[in-house]
Design a protein around this ligand. Structure first.
Ligand code: NAP
Length: 312
């Protein structure tokens, strides 16, 4: 019987640890803080901003909301970043994308102080990640690793070092924010790491790789990409994908809500019900990796705060 990893409980546990550390810092007169930078009013970015504010309140962090209008110039946005770089109340800066098209992502990101780059966007920190040097590992990939490390310690009762070393890890997806950094984190732990992507699928080779994985990490944003044939018996599956899909009835027709619109639900990239019993352990969606991601961002903010106060 597969273990469905309780990522919500893991997220709650990490939050308790963060609150304790924050209290210890506050006792020294130091308060960690996160500034978000949202340009304009993109819906997804606004939702994320609200979550960050809520988590900052829960943890006792400072929270700074920078939200210039969509027609702001790139220079003005960079000046906001420079101000945040200098602000001692700000431990970490989180640019919330997408930016309007006239503002270059890289111009903004490259202006962030590398010691305040808590989601590892800056090429300097990505470079350190690739070299296996201490940095701020990006939130979602480090949530994946944190879940696996806690699973290793608490369920398999093994040292995470032994758990990762030589493990066959296959990552599906090679985006700069999830797939690639996840692969670096796995490689830095001496896992035998394979990265697959859309071209692997186009050549019909996806199953060849995923079916050999001891640990399969899926971050493609494609519902039902991974079915039972893609998974080795007894594998551990971490589903990073978040997709909104229509709820269908037994005949495959959309189920309508009270307003006559199709009902939707959130699913991952893995066909959870079909795959679950083949695995040793699996993360669900919703209630999976996403429950840990924001916590890892806050852990990075704590780390940044300690670096800035000479405590690390
Ligand atoms: P992305 O930038 O769209 O990247 C998706 C990756 O999947 C790309 O590398 C793409 O390959 C690959 N891919 C697409 N179709 C594929 C296929 N049929 N077979 C194999 N690989 C395929 O997305 P992302 O930002 O990395 O996010 C991935 C998923 O994770 C999304 O569902 C997102 O919502 C979710 N997510 C979750 C969290 C969380 O906290 N749980 C956080 C961030 C993102 P190519 O580049 O070659 O096209």
């Amino acid at each position: 019987m597969a273990l469905v990893i309780d990522c919500v409980a893991i997220g709650d546990e990490i939050m308790k640890e963060i609150v304790q550390e924050t209290e210890a810092l506050k006792a020294k007169g130091i308060t960690p803080g996160i500034a978000t930078l949202l340009v304009g009013d993109d819906f997804g970015a606004r939702m994320y901003r609200g979550q960050v504010e809520k988590f900052c309140q829960e943890a006792g962090f400072n929270y700074i909301n920078e939200n210039p209008p969509a027609d702001v110039t790139e220079e003005e946005v960079i000046n906001i970043v420079k101000k945040l770089n200098e602000d001692p109340a700000v431990s970490g800066i989180l640019p919330l994308r997408p930016f309007p098209s006239h503002i270059s992502d890289s111009a903004v990101i490259n202006s962030i102080d590398v010691n305040k780059d808590i989601d590892c966007f800056h090429p300097f920190n990505m470079g350190k990640l690739a070299l296996g040097e201490p940095t701020f590992p990006p939130a979602t990939p480090s949530a994946v690793i944190e879940i696996l490390e806690r699973y290793a310690r608490e369920v398999e009762k093994v040292d995470p070092k032994d758990f990762f070393e030589g493990a066959e890890i296959v990552v599906v997806g090679h985006s700069n924010i999830v797939g690639k950094p996840t692969a670096f984190l796995a490689l830095n732990r001496n896992a035998t790491t394979t990265v697959t992507h859309v071209f692997t699928s186009m050549k019909g080779n996806l199953v060849k790789h995923t079916a050999g994985a001891d640990i399969l990490i899926v971050a493609a944003g494609k519902p039902d990409l991974i079915g039972p044939d893609h998974v080795k018996e007894g594998a551990i599956v971490v589903d990073v994908g978040i997709n909104r899909v229509k709820v269908l009835d037994a005949d495959g027709n959309p189920v309508l809500n009270e307003k006559g619109k199709p009902k939707t639900k959130t699913v991952g990239d893995v066909s959870f019900d079909a795959v679950k019993d083949k695995t040793k352990a699996i993360t669900p969606v919703p209630g999976g990796v996403g429950s840990v991601t924001n916590r890892m961002l806050m852990k990075n903010a704590l780390k940044a705060c300690k670096i800035q106060h000479g405590l690390l």
